[in-house]
Design a binder for this molecule. Structure first.
Ligand code: ATP
Length: 372
């Protein structure tokens, strides 16, 4: 069993920075858990505590049955893959992969078997004699993976392992790492700031912000039911549109509507049924979140009733081939909450929020053409 458990774990650096606060997280045996969040949210610190590279200030950390707070890194039976790969330039691919096993005095023929097995799984067999400088970025990344695999560790820890690769290779390696992890069935904690990586790779994703866990859930749950505005805005691309609105109950018939600027939109009954707590917000200001793909082109939804239509002034169309991103302004106040203001800082600007009485929203629509 190689569960990893954070039990109210905190990290306070000597200068007083509280990088991780009271983290409660259980990563199951064989699970692929992704820690994601904006720069500085504490995800690397959390991973380094599991690796034994950072002391734990408060709480208990377990790997398997053992509390490892005071167990040195080398005795934790984990393998780490870093962004930099940390390969030895003067050693061949074979020796780089074998390095950790030699240190552990594993017998020579056992080392040879493990290195060749890993090389075969990672498609590195023909490069075993090469030096790292003569490999492509993707191949170097695979050597770093190989070095982790041969140790047969209880857990893999990966810190942004794909960030030095170009976009195309990143997509390819993302799939390879996920497949490899599921074949090997080794508990994995993977750190990234890239929410697409998180969503595509993780069995579950833990979203962090300012040292605190916000939500831990499957990618689909995170997307469909974010627990707060931060998670809603952070997960999804293009980002969720956030607009200031007011919720109103229609008299008697149990239906609800939101007012956005001078427009009124009725809410689907299912939405209220799924979130009964919304009823308490009747008559109050709230932030309306609309996923870009939930918007439709009015021309293609001619039979939609008037109270399901939002008038907006289109300012930009970006054709992506299979879809079109449409930027449009609506007369409504942007969502001004402390949460949202911080979101703007965290994301380095959020398109949906602007000064004044106009808000830009983005819709991801089907293209109008019907070309075959
Ligand atoms: P990034 O994606 O930019 O690497 P992160 O989410 O991994 O960010 P951490 O590196 O864990 O974040 O840092 C969390 C917080 O702790 C940040 O505010 C950072 O400045 C601070 N921090 C990290 N290392 C130290 C240190 N050695 N001493 C003091 N503060 C630190």
């Amino acid at each position: 069993m190689a569960e990893v458990r954070f039990d109210r774990v905190s990290k306070v650096y000597p200068d007083g920075t509280r990088a991780v606060s009271s983290m409660e997280l259980e990563i199951g045996d064989e699970e692929f858990m992704v820690l994601v969040g904006p720069s500085g949210c504490g995800k690397t610190t959390a991973l380094r505590m599991v690796a034994g590279l950072e002391e734990i200030s408060e709480g208990e950390l377990r790997i398997g049955e053992r509390v490892v707070n005071d167990v040195p890194s080398r005795d934790r039976d984990i393998a780490m893959v870093f962004q930099s790969y940390a390969l030895y330039p003067h050693l061949s691919v074979y020796e780089n992969i074998a390095f950790g096993l030699r240190l552990k005095k594993v017998p020579k023929d056992e080392i040879d078997r493990r290195v060749r097995d890993a090389a075969s799984v990672l498609d590195l067999t023909e490069w075993l004699k090469r030096k790292p400088r003569n490999l492509s970025g993707g191949q170097r990344q695979r050597v770093a993976m190989g070095r982790a695999i041969v140790r047969h560790p209880q857990a893999f820890l990966m810190d942004e392992p794909l960030s030095n690769l170009d976009a195309k290779l990143r997509v390819q390696m993302r799939a390879e790492i996920a497949r490899l992890q599921s074949d090997l069935g080794v508990t994995t904690i993977y750190v990234t700031h890239d929410q697409i990586e998180a969503m595509t790779m993780g069995d579950r994703v833990a979203v962090m912000r300012k040292g605190r866990l916000q939500q831990v859930a499957t990618p689909q749950e995170l997307y469909d039911r974010p627990v707060n505005l931060f998670v809603g805005g952070f997960i999804g691309s293009p980002a969720m549109n956030l607009v200031q609105a007011r919720l109103e109950a229609s008299d008697g018939d149990g239906s609800y509507a939101v007012t956005v600027g001078d427009q009124r939109l009725s809410l689907p009954q299912e939405l209220i049924a799924a979130r009964p707590a919304l009823r308490d917000w009747s008559g109050r200001e709230l932030v309306l979140g609309i996923r870009p793909e939930s918007l439709q082109d009015a021309a293609l939804a001619a039979d939609a009733p008037a109270d399901r239509r939002l008038r907006a002034h289109v300012t930009l169309r970006e054709a992506l081939g299979s879809e079109v991103d449409v930027h449009a302004t609506i007369a409504a106040r942007s969502a001004e909450t402390e949460h949202v203001r911080e979101l703007i800082e965290d994301r380095g600007g959020l398109e949906t929020l602007e000064e004044g009485g106009e808000t830009t929203i983005v819709g991801r629509l089907a293209p109008r053409t019907t070309a075959a």
